[in-house]
Design a protein around this ligand. Structure first.
Ligand code: HEM
Ligand code: HEM
Length: 184
């Protein structure tokens, strides 16, 4: 039985965490800028990165299917374990629906997504201004939900590390691994 996340799972976790923090920051900053060539360039970068994240999450889920995460220690209550699973499932769900809502909103606003300026993605909806504005609000609301969930996620990780003093954070760190006595 493996007692730590695989190197690939760690690279995907931390790489995608950085990408998401970049996407959130760029998203909130770019929408507040006045119309300019720079603003349009930032929108394009945002969309390329968002589509890349959408591809990476499927890769990550496929890897997880064949390399399940290490089990939790019996010392963690059943309720907390269930909450952790639910939180992670919601994070994965948001990593799928947020890019999809972005792709839909771009389609409805009539701005096709051309991945890295090379691969044109099909528009998922016909141009419709009202729908575009509505989907923008959906995209924004989902991003606030992600922000809240991330705050809880980070707080939980730090509580495990500093208050419970267990190995939950360590097993996701580059050199980290769990103590064998902490696992069932
Ligand atoms: C996990 C991936 C993504 C995250 C975290 C993310 C995050 C954000 C955030 C925080 C905003 C600002 C919302 C606001 O306050 O108005 C935004 C706006 C936007 N996002 Fe994303 N996004 C992601 C993926 C995508 C994708 C894949 C696309 C398109 C292919 C996209 C297209 C857009 C567009 C066009 C806007 C601006 C909407 C407007 O000004 O009308 N996003 N995004
Ligand atoms: C910013 C974007 C982040 C996202 C989207 C994210 C998402 C996730 C997901 C989906 C998992 C579950 C992995 C699995 O079992 O397949 C996970 C695990 C984990 N994350 Fe994050 N994470 C992020 C940032 C962070 C940060 C900043 C920390 C550290 C403070 C952190 C600490 C952890 C730890 C310790 C685990 C392992 C938890 C366990 O074994 O139950 N994450 N993360």
């Amino acid at each position: 039985m493996q007692h730590t996340y695989t190197a690939i799972a760690k690279v995907l976790h931390w790489g995608m965490a950085l990408l998401i923090i970049g996407l959130l920051s760029l998203g909130f900053v770019m929408t507040g800028l006045p119309l300019s060539p720079e603003k349009l360039q930032y929108y394009a970068w945002h969309k390329w990165a968002g589509v890349s994240l959408f591809l990476l999450v499927w890769l990550r889920l496929a890897w997880r299917l064949f390399n399940p995460p290490p089990p939790y220690s019996e010392s963690m209550s059943a309720l907390l374990r269930r909450l952790a699973h639910l939180g992670h499932a919601m994070l994965y769900g948001l990593m799928i629906v947020i890019p999809l809502s972005g792709w839909l909103l771009s389609s409805a606003k009539g701005v096709q997504t051309v991945w890295f300026g090379v691969l044109p993605l099909p528009d998922l909806l016909q141009k419709d201004k009202e729908m575009g504005n509505l989907l923008h609000e959906v995209h924004e609301a989902l991003n606030f939900a992600l922000l809240l969930l991330l705050l809880g996620h980070v707080a939980a990780a730090l509580k495990h590390h500093w208050v419970d003093r267990d190995d939950i954070l360590k097993r996701m760190l580059p050199q980290g691994h769990a103590r064998l006595e902490d696992t069932p």
